[in-house]
Design a protein around this ligand. Structure first.
Ligand SMILES: *Cc1c(COP(=O)(O)O)cnc(C)c1O
Length: 394
């Protein structure tokens, strides 16, 4: 009998009951806007900022409307101007080059290696072109951050970390988002904590963070923030910085606070699924798993493997066969962008760039989500289906 998987790759867990109760409490109060506070009240958004600052060990934190907004806000806070070039990974999600384009800047793509991390040699060769690197820890793979920071520091390049897939991860014990000048996170439904939409920025730089706070739409109410720089930092900045509204509200913050407290336990569950998938797909001829370095503490919320050198028609047939058995795989080698999956050559607002190494990697790159609604038995079944079909089609 041919086994079929009937689960849903986009089904997240429900919002925890305690978070639902917190959300109802906020709605009953009618005070949803972050600055709509009673005398002496801290509010959910400031509390979330303080808790996320503590979680990452950052001095300052700002909650905003989306991960993409956080990235664009970070670039503005660093003074990126229209026409400036910004370095970024050639392998990332569309909101990353999109954030660069949103400030009128121009993405300069850096190659990716077959371990799905930024190619540090290519980065070193390109640092002369830009003052800022937007480093995407795409799909949770973290490069050698010590070497990356040494390259960028030597070249005077400031680093914004896109931690959409690394909230709760670390490199050599340092939380992801804490190596560069600013760390940006997403709380969109498919990330590690879920408020539908939402984002967070962290930084230790008081001037950069004061700018980010005003940019996010603080009007002149920055004094009501719980994890912002001291008031003096805003004296000049408040006149120079435009208000580009992208605030978070109490409703989302309330449901995120409960989930943030649960995150370490959730990470253990994700990693149990990830390890199970690694075991299920290990030692399959022609199918390469991505090695995870010792220094990297990752969050296994998605899984990638490579089919090095596979012909496109073979990959297409394999993906269709898996889909027919209920296993939804994403392929970064497809000619046309599909749903969340797109490639540097689909982002035609950016100048075309030659990235032969990245193209070779993406041609054989397969990606799947590991939602926490999957049980370990589901993972075993998915792995069996992938393995069977690959061995049939290769
Ligand atoms: C999700 C995501 C973002 C931010 O996306 P939003 O939908 O704007 O929250 C940024 N980078 C990567 C790699 C992502 O996957």
């Amino acid at each position: 009998m041919t086994e079929v998987f009937t689960g849903n790759f986009t089904q997240q867990e429900p919002i925890p009951e305690a978070a639902i109760e917190a959300a109802v409490r906020i709605m009953r109060s009618g005070r949803l806007h972050r600055y709509n506070l009673l005398p002496g009240e801290v509010g959910e958004v400031s509390s979330l900022e303080a808790e996320f600052a503590a979680f990452t060990g950052a001095k300052y934190c700002l909650a905003v409307a989306s991960g993409g907004y956080a990235l664009a806000c970070a670039l503005r806070a660093l003074g990126v101007q229209p026409g400036d070039k910004v370095l970024t990974n050639a392998f990332t999600l569309a909101p990353v080059p999109g954030a660069i384009a949103s400030v009128g800047a121009v993405p300069v793509f850096v190659e990716v290696t077959e371990d799905l991390i930024i190619d540090l040699d290519d980065l070193e060769a390109k640092t002369g072109q830009a003052r800022v690197l937007m480093l995407s820890h795409m799909r949770g793979h973290i490069c050698d951050m010590d070497r990356l920071m040494a390259i960028c520091d030597a070249a005077g390049v400031r680093v914004v970390e896109d931690c959409a897939h690394t909230m709760g991860a670390s490199w050599a014990g340092v939380p992801s988002g804490r190596h560069g000048a600013i760390g940006c996170y997403s709380t969109q439904t498919y990330k590690h904590i879920n408020s539908g939409e939402g984002g967070l920025l962290v930084s230790d730089d008081p001037e950069v963070m004061a700018r980010a706070v005003v940019l996010s739409g603080s009007y002149m109410l920055f004094g009501r923030h719980g994890a912002a720089p001291p008031k003096e930092m805003f004296e000049r900045i408040k006149y120079e910085t435009p208000n580009i509204s992208g605030r978070m509200d109490h409703l989302r913050a309330a449901i995120l606070r409960i989930q943030l407290a649960d995150l370490p336990a959730q990470i253990r569950r994700w990693n149990a699924l990830y390890t199970r998938m690694e075991a299920g797909l290990g030692d399959t001829s022609g199918l390469r798993l991505v090695p995870r370095p010792q220094a990297e503490a990752y969050v296994g919320s998605s899984f990638q493997f490579l089919l090095p050198g596979a012909r496109p028609d073979v990959v297409r047939a394999f993906i269709a066969a898996c889909a027919a058995r209920g296993v939804e795989l994403k392929w970064f080698g497809a000619d046309e962008p599909v749903a969340f999956t797109s490639r540097h050559d689909s982002w035609r607002y950016a100048p075309p760039q030659s990235l032969p190494k990245t193209d070779r990697v993406l041609a054989g790159l397969i990606d799947l989500r590991l939602p926490l609604t999957f049980a370990e038995a589901d993972i075993d079944l998915i792995a069996r289906i992938i393995r069977d079909e690959w061995l049939r089609y290769r």
